[in-house]
Design a protein around this ligand. Structure first.
Ligand code: AMP
Ligand code: MG
Length: 405
C-alpha cells in the first residue's frame, strides 16, 4: 500500500497540460487565467480629486488661518466626466467633484466642508493645504505595463473589475475539465425514489457534482450502474470520453466489488490501488487515453475526503492553477485524538477563533458513513502517518474546506 504523498505524485504526474479558450469578461470570475495580463494604460488614467471640494495651488493657502482666511476666485468647475479645459492661475480655485480631473496649475483639493462660499465666484479657506491633499495621481493604483493577473491565478470578481478598468472585455482562460460521475451499487436508487428494502438513495454523486463544480470542473452525472461486470464496463466506455471519470463504490475487497477489474478490462492502466489513509484507503487511480480515472470508495465521507485530497488537486492542476493545494494552518485541539492504526487520518473538524487562538474540535462520530460529520464541519484535521495519539490542547494541522487566504 502506498502513502498519500506518493499517490498524489502519481496522480499529478499524469495530468495533461491545460487547454485555452476565450470568455467574455462577465463569465471570467471563477475561471483560471491562462495568460499573464498587463495593464495597457495607467489606472487612474489622469490626476483626479478624491473629494468634493476646490482644487487649489497649495502655495496660495500658506497663510490661511481661522483668524485670517484666504479668499480665492472660483474659475469654473470640473466634475467626473466633465473636465475644465483651462489652466488655473495664482489666486484662483476650481470647484471640483470626486473623480473630476485636476486642472493644470493646481496641486491639492480642499474638501467643501472646510471652505466657505463668499458669493457666486469666491470661496474662503481657513487653514493651509498640502500639495497632494485629496489628489489621486495617474497610475497610482496600476501603472501602465504592471501585471494585473498571472497565468494560473483564479479570477475573482475583484480581478474582473481591474480587467475592465484596464480595457479587457475578453479574457483567455483555461478550459474546464469535463468530469463524468458514475455511481455503482445494487443498493442505490435515485433521490426522488422511495428506496425498497435494503436499498438506499444515491447521495455521494450529488456531493461530487458540487465538489467538481467548486473545483472548476464541468460535472456530468452518468447514472447509477448495478454491481454487474458487463454493465459497469459499458458505462466505463461512456465515461472514458471525459477528461476525468469518477466512479464511486465497488472498489474495495467485497465479493461484488468489480470496479477495478472492469476498469482493467476496459483498457485503463491502473497506476495504484489502496492508499495508507483513513477514511478512503480503497482509492484507485488509473489512466486511459488521456482520461484520468478515479475509483472512489462509496462511503459518503470517504468519497468526499478522497475527492478533496486527490481529485481536487488534479483538477486544479488540469486548470493550470498555481495554487493546487489548500492552505494548512495550525489549531489547538480541544480533545485528545486517538487514531487506531497509524494511517494518515482526516478527521472532520470545526475550527473557530477564541481570544486570538485558533481552536478545533471534531464533529462527533468519525465513521465514514456519517454525512452530518461533513455538513457540520468547516475543515479537515490532518493526523500524520505513524501518529497514534494527540493530546488535548496540542497543535494539529487543519485544512479548511474553503481557503481563508
Ligand atoms: P462500497 O464502496 O461499494 O463498498 O460501499 C461502501 C458503503 O458506501 C456502502 O454502505 C454503500 O451502500 C455506500 N455507498 C456506495 N455508493 C454510495 C452512493 N453513491 N451514495 C451513498 N452511499 C453509497
Ligand atoms: Mg458497493
Amino acid at each position: 500500500m502506498i502513502n498519500a504523498d506518493k499517490a498524489l505524485r502519481i496522480i499529478l504526474g499524469a495530468v495533461p497540460p491545460p487547454g485555452k479558450e476565450t470568455v467574455d469578461l462577465p463569465d471570467a470570475p471563477g475561471r483560471t487565467a491562462a495568460e499573464h495580463i498587463v495593464a495597457g494604460g495607467d489606472i487612474p488614467p489622469f490626476r483626479n480629486s478624491s473629494m468634493d471640494g476646490y482644487a487649489v495651488r497649495a502655495a496660495d493657502l500658506k497663510s490661511a488661518s481661522s483668524g485670517r482666511p484666504v479668499t480665492l476666485t472660483v474659475a469654473g468647475e470640473s466634475s467626473a466626466g466633465n473636465p475644465f479645459s483651462g489652466r488655473l492661475g495664482k489666486g484662483q480655485a476650481l470647484r471640483i467633484m470626486t473623480g473630476g480631473k485636476l486642472p493644470r496649475g493646481t496641486d491639492a483639493v480642499v474638501p467643501v466642508e472646510k471652505t466657505k462660499e463668499e458669493g457666486p465666484r469666491a470661496v474662503s479657506f481657513h487653514e493651509p493645504a498640502k500639495a497632494g491633499d485629496c489628489v489621486r495621481l495617474a497610475g497610482e493604483d496600476i501603472p501602465r505595463g504592471r501585471r494585473v493577473i498571472a497565468a494560473g491565478e483564479l479570477i475573482t470578481p475583484y480581478h474582473s473589475g481591474i480587467l475592465a478598468a484596464t480595457g479587457h472585455d475578453e479574457v483567455s482562460v483555461s478550459v474546464r475539465p469535463r468530469v463524468g460521475i458514475l455511481a455503482t451499487g445494487d443498493e442505490l436508487v435515485r433521490p426522488g425514489r422511495a428506496p425498497g428494502e435494503g436499498k438506499i438513495r444515491n447521495s455521494s454523486s450529488y456531493t461530487l457534482i458540487g465538489l467538481v463544480r467548486e473545483s472548476g470542473g464541468r460535472p456530468r452525472f452518468l447514472g447509477i450502474v448495478r454491481d454487474r461486470k458487463t454493465a459497469i464496463r459499458e458505462k466505463i466506455s461512456e465515461g472514458l470520453a471525459f477528461d476525468v471519470l469518477l466512479l464511486t463504490g465497488g472498489v474495495s475487497v467485497g465479493a461484488h466489488d468489480y470496479v477495478g477489474e472492469a476498469l482493467r478490462r476496459s483498457g485503463v492502466d491502473i497506476r495504484f490501488w489502496r492508499v495508507n489513509i483513513r477514511p478512503g484507503s480503497p482509492l484507485l487511480f488509473g489512466v486511459a487515453d488521456g482520461t484520468l480515472v478515479f475509483g472512489l470508495p462509496g462511503n459518503p465521507v470517504s468519497t468526499a475526503v478522497t475527492f478533496l485530497q486527490f481529485v481536487r488537486p488534479a483538477l486544479r492542476k488540469m486548470l493550470g492553477r498555481t495554487d493546487i493545494f489548500p492552505v494548512h494552518v495550525h489549531a489547538l485541539t480541544d480533545e485528545p485524538l486517538n487514531v487506531k492504526d497509524g494511517k494518515r487520518c482526516f478527521l472532520r473538524g470545526i475550527a473557530r477563533e477564541e481570544d486570538g487562538v485558533l481552536r478545533v474540535k471534531t464533529t462527533g462520530s468519525q465513521s465514514s458513513g456519517v454525512m452530518t460529520s461533513l455538513t457540520r464541519a468547516n475543515c479537515l484535521i490532518l493526523i500524520p502517518e505513524g501518529t497514534r495519539t494527540v493530546r488535548g490542547g496540542s497543535p494539529v494541522e487543519v485544512e479548511f474546506f474553503h481557503d481563508p487566504f
